[in-house]
Design a protein around this ligand. Structure first.
Ligand SMILES: Nc1ncnc2c1ncn2[C@@H]1O[C@H](COP(=O)(O)OP(=O)(O)OP(=O)(O)O)[C@@H](O)[C@H]1O
Ligand SMILES: NC(=O)c1ccc[n+]([C@@H]2O[C@H](COP(=O)(O)O)[C@@H](O)[C@H]2O)c1
Ligand SMILES: [Zn+2]
Length: 273
């Protein structure tokens, strides 16, 4: 059904996707069902944004492979796509910047749609003048909402010292919004309750309970691959084939960045943000 009265939402998942697993894809399906069940939203697109090599996480293989695996994994979906913009950047960028980039893309796409409709363009210009430019801090009602999609472990990581800037967290939950899938070992509701910033924006944080608890993790998949064990049915078949064809994930690749500090920790510990 079309539901023209509902707010359109685009979901953006940022992460290593090293490699992409079936659970990453399930996150999107769970989030869409949850948001649409509220009767308020219509989820129109899902975007997977693999992090760039500059993130320097231990065992992180080249972005080109991670992007291609995500592309193969989403081939069968009619609404989830991989976006290579973040992954192709040489340096790591904050998630808040990634969200802003994608929001600007949504605004630009809406602008193109509008160009044929001069009345709306005129209205939009007046709106932009009032709001201080096309990419001002305010969200526009004619553009879909963009929400960050993540697992509860990422929400919990907000409290790790020197990992996230507090203004970025405030922008993500305050300006955009967060959809968080529960994950074994992380208590998302407790975490929201304990943080004043998150609690203040709780209406913009949707915690989605995964009843079919599923502990698939990319770490587990990489470990199985190193040991020559099967990972079939944990990953889409096309991704399993790609891993085999390119001989990905070995003891050697797991040692990548082993003695390097994760990019955000490097950046914020130095106070150079
Ligand atoms: N089983 C899961 N349940 C809920 N969320 C998940 C699950 N697996 C991954 N996610 C979420 O997917 C996003 C991308 O995560 P990431 O690429 O780190 O996957 P991962 O499986 O956690 O990998 P790794 O083990 O390398 O950390 C994050 O928001 C993470 O919380
Ligand atoms: N300060 C920040 O913006 C910040 C800090 C840590 C991780 N992240 C992002 O969160 C995601 C986490 O991915 P992993 O769970 O695979 O480490 C990545 O996309 C990474 O860029 C962002
Ligand atoms: Zn992870």
């Amino acid at each position: 059904m079309e539901h023209p009265d509902r707010t359109k939402v685009v979901l953006l998942a940022c992460g290593s996707f090293n490699p992409i697993t079936n659970m990453h894809l399930r996150m999107f399906e769970l989030a869409r069902d949850y948001l649409e069940d509220t009767g308020q939203y219509r989820v129109v697109r899902g975007i997977i944004s693999p992090v760039g090599d500059g993130y320097k996480k231990k065992g992180l293989i080249e972005a080109s492979h991670r992007i291609e695996m995500a592309r193969l994994a989403t081939e069968s979906s009619d609404w989830i796509r991989v976006d290579p913009w973040e992954g192709q950047l040489a340096e790591w960028v904050e998630t808040a910047k990634v969200i802003r980039h994608h929001y600007e893309e949504l605004v630009a796409a809406e602008h193109c749609n509008d160009e044929v409709d001069t009345v709306r363009v005129g209205k939009k210009r007046r709106h932009e003048e009032r709001e201080g430019g096309p990419y001002s801090n305010h969200l526009r009602a004619d553009v879909p909402q963009l929400k960050l999609l993540c697992g509860a472990d990422v929400l919990e990581s907000f409290s790790v010292p020197n990992l996230w800037k507090s203004e970025d967290i405030a922008e993500i939950v305050g300006r955009f919004g967060l959809v968080c899938i529960t994950r074994a070992g992380s208590d998302a509701w407790k975490f929201v309750h304990q943080s004043d910033v998150l609690w203040g924006h709780r209406k913009n944080i949707h915690v989605v309970k995964e009843w079919v608890t599923n502990e698939i993790s990319a770490t587990h998949v990489r470990r199985a691959l190193r040991r020559g064990q099967s990972v079939r049915y944990l990953l889409p078949d096309a991704v399993v084939r790609y891993v085999q064809e390119h001989g990905l994930y070995s003891a050697e690749s797991e040692e990548k960045n082993a003695d390097v500090i994760l990019a955000p920790l490097q950046k914020y510990a130095k106070g150079s943000s």
